[in-house]
Ligand binder design. Sequence first.
Ligand code: NAP
Length: 218
Amino acid sequence: MSNKKIGIMGGTFNPIHNAHLYMAEQAREQFHLDRVIFIPSGFSYFKQGMEIPDGSIRYQLVKKAVESNPYFTVSRIEIDRPGDTYTIETLEQLSDMYPGDDLYFIMGADSVNSLDKWVRFTDILEICTILAAVRNDTDEKTLVKKIEELKSIVPSADIRMIRTGRLDISSTMIREKIHNKQSVRYLLPEECLEYIVMNNLYAEDNQISLNSDDVKIY
Ligand code: NAP
């Protein structure tokens, strides 16, 4: 049996949105990945002080977002693992689970710029290929310089770029809009939006909106 190419899309996903899904799909298509596993983070030490919904809630949102794509799945490995979430531990767990398969970690270009601050980043660069989503507003010169710097530390590092164009959506933008009762329709899958409304996430009183006759989903 030939080795499979497995994409890994890690994220806080607070909440997941269409740019996450689009970049994973672009990575799958451009790098001929056999599948992409979405991995919502557990406790993120780098987001301390932020109010983040429980991992199980973010997992449900991701599950709803990916279920229509046969190449996408979601995993609980980070939310079920006690303690802080470190990507290297996830990658080691996945390489034990899928021996012989090739791992491709998908991330935004901004994350590449801070990758050398991640725990055991040299091991990360040894164990997987990094696919960096380059947006139209990405400063490519800085990115290329960073990639060269990382390669000078780990010569075997394989960091490639995914062309995604500009995707002007962020989880922060969605949370703020919901909080301000502005529409977020078409920024994330409808199923996720319904889950957010039904579970009263990101706002104190968005629940009423689904119960009224003139259904308005913020
Ligand atoms: P996130 O906010 O949910 O975003 C997930 C990914 O999507 C990020 O790489 C982000 O890239 C990208 N993204 C979001 N919106 C985008 C858009 N409009 N266009 C293109 N890309 C977009 O997750 P996160 O909090 O950044 O965490 C990402 C992963 O890094 C997680 O798996 C986390 O555990 C891991 N991490 C690990 C360590 C560690 O091991 N020490 C430290 C930090 C993070 P950008 O960064 O470019 O926005």
